[in-house]
Design a protein around this ligand. Structure first.
Ligand code: NCD
Ligand code: ZN
Length: 346
């Protein structure tokens, strides 16, 4: 049987939520990844280092002993964040940066930033303290088509942030377009981008052809095939500016299967399996390890992992739902369909 052993990967963009949901989902990620950058868009959001510290403890308490897992966090930037908080964050080794959510762009982004100029003093402080800015790169203007929101954000906001703060280290999170790939490729080494498994494997047809499939709905939304091709090319290029961030974003099944379903794909139970499939389709399985296990650690200036994981080519059926002991049902990406790779468990 074909097998693939690589250095254990890290997930540089992950949603773990809180309380019973956190307890349920944390080990799906800990089984696959050694470390993760856990997103701060809780309700209420993680705005301060003190809140991040408590959240980090709750994450560690949710992880089973057999899966050593190191959570890193970032602060949720708001217009009221104080420069002192940025200073504290810069002195906290497990805080890797601050996340910019344009207000209204995605799940729990209401407390995000309206006018970018308002946070310029914070960005200046981040630049001087070498703290990374993680960006949800979409405009929220009602007159901009949802499929254009990433491109327009790059044109209207990201270019000017980069010009004004040229040494600020930025990760454009979950890139979904050719323009996202071009921005990352054409800028210096302090700019990087993460890519999700769903954006490597699917285009927007999966959402709508033959019926609406809410479990493939995430933000930024899947784009047309030419964009998927650009992302696949970037991920498999060996360029260290592109690395893994699943954006696994669990929601209870009834919140997705609803007249107004929320955004987020739950990929944690089969994340590496999906990435392996995408890289294999591109004929680039040999590039999976650097994308998944080297580039992100190098960008964040952390040591590369030493442990390894093994994937084997043995087909399995992805469950339609995972059900927690407290009764939360979550439908994973690919649920009810088959998956070609399987992570070999301990
Ligand atoms: C994320 C969530 O559910 O928190 N949803 C998503 O569609 N990706 C938020 C985000 O990262 O945009
Ligand atoms: Zn996300």
């Amino acid at each position: 049987m074909q097998t693939l052993t690589i250095i254990q990967p890290d997930d540089w963009h992950l949603h773990l939520r809180d309380d019973a949901m956190l307890s349920f989902v944390a080990n799906f990620s800990a089984r696959q990844f050694a470390r993760a950058l856990v997103m701060p868009n809780l309700s209420p959001p993680i705005l301060t280092v003190a809140q991040a510290l408590h959240y980090r403890r709750r994450i560690l308490a949710a992880v089973a002993e057999k899966h050593p897992f190191e959570p890193y966090l970032c602060l949720y930037l708001s217009e009221n964040t104080s420069p002192g908080e940025i200073e504290k964050a810069a002195q906290t080794p497990w805080i890797l940066g601050c996340k910019l959510y344009p207000a209204g762009a995605t799940t729990h982004s209401e407390a995000g930033v309206g006018k970018l100029e308002k946070i310029y003093p914070l960005l200046e402080r981040m630049e001087s303290r070498d703290l990374v800015l993680q960006v949800h790169g979409e405009v929220t203007d009602g007159d901009i088509d949802i499929f254009d929101r990433e491109r327009v954000f790059i044109e209207r906001a990201l270019q000017s942030i980069h010009r004004r703060f040229p040494r600020l280290r930025i990760v454009l999170e979950h890139i979904t377009t050719r323009e996202g790939v071009e921005f990352v490729t054409q800028t210096p080494a302090n700019i990087a981008g993460t890519i999700t498994p769903q954006h490597l494997l699917y285009n927007r047809n999966i959402l709508l052809v033959g019926g609406i499939r809410p479990h493939y709905y995430c933000l930024p939304v899947l784009k047309r095939e030419s964009h998927r091709q650009a992302l696949l090319e970037a991920a498999t290029s060996g360029n260290p500016k592109f690395f893994l961030g699943t954006d696994s974003a669990p929601h209870a099944r009834e919140r997705k299967e609803s007249p107004c379903g929320c955004a987020g794909c739950f990929s944690a139970p089969l994340a590496m399996e999906l990435y392996a499939e995408a890289f294999e389709q591109a004929g680039s399985l040999d590039k999976l390890e650097s994308f998944a296990s080297h580039h992100g650690a190098d960008f964040y200036r952390l040591p590369r992992n030493r442990a390894t994981i093994t994937l084997e080519a043995s087909e399995w059926e992805v469950p339609e739902h995972y059900v927690s002991p407290t009764g939360i049902e979550i439908a994973p990406l690919r649920g009810g369909e088959s998956c070609r790779w399987r992570l070999v468990s301990d």
